[in-house]
Design a protein around this ligand. Structure first.
Ligand code: IMP
Ligand code: MG
Length: 199
């Protein structure tokens, strides 16, 4: 599937898929490496706390492909009876408001109290979303909360939070789509991570 050069148009705004940053094979390899790193860190913790489970909390919708791939890789290295996942969805209040003002669109299915939680995000830009979720899950009584993000925009230095696990660093301030990430809900299905240019 060659998506490069495709023009996207939403509400009169046009963008072009300008190039691929990471292809399917590179993403697969990085997810495998991340899973090994994460499993290595959590194996002793799960051993130390035999009554606690590791719950991956994915932030919808962008995280779906990454969450699915990461979970299946993790299940190769961690005890299968100790691994769970749940999802949360949020949205910003209105348009052009303070990016810190978020509301929950879909809450967790199960109580998280006492669990070892790994928040799984698609991308961290300012970090507001990640900070909000970390506080929310601590408030809900999670025993331990860490953050894993597929991508982080390092060009933006506003980050209030350093994620514990990072898939890829985006050094330039590009807008990216694919592997779950979207522009106006487009391009989530791409197997690679591409960047857009304004037209
Ligand atoms: P933050 O709260 O500023 O860290 O924003 C994170 C959220 O903004 C992500 O969960 C995405 O939904 C969205 N976002 C930020 N940058 C991009 C991008 O380049 N492509 C797609 N979505 C993005
Ligand atoms: Mg998102």
């Amino acid at each position: 599937m060659n998506i490069i050069g495709e023009i996207l148009e939403v509400n009169g705004i046009k963008k072009r898929v300008a190039g691929i940053l990471w292809d399917e094979a590179e993403i697969r390899l990085r997810v495998k490496e991340l899973a090994k790193e994460i499993a290595g860190d959590y194996r002793p913790i799960l051993k130390q706390y035999p009554d606690k489970n590791l719950v991956l909390v994915g932030i919808l919708n962008g995280v779906v492909p990454f969450l699915a791939d990461l979970l299946r890789e993790l299940s190769k290295y961690l005890p299968v009876d100790r691994l769970r996942y749940d999802t949360l969805a949020i949205s910003s209040y209105g348009q052009g408001t303070n990016p810190g003002e978020l509301k929950i669109e879909k809450d967790l299915k199960n109580p998280i109290s006492g669990d070892i939680v790994l928040i799984v995000e698609d991308i961290i830009d300012t970090g507001y979303t990640a900070v909000y979720f970390k506080q929310l899950l601590i408030h809900k009584g999670a025993f331990d909360v860490r953050i894993c993000t597929l991508l982080i925009k390092v060009a933006r230095k506003e980050h209030e939070i350093e994620p514990d696990y990072i898939g890829f660093e985006l050094r330039e301030n590009l807008f990216v789509v694919g592997y779950g990430l979207d522009w106006a809900d487009l391009c989530r299905f791409l197997t690679s991570i591409a960047y857009l240019e304004d037209l």
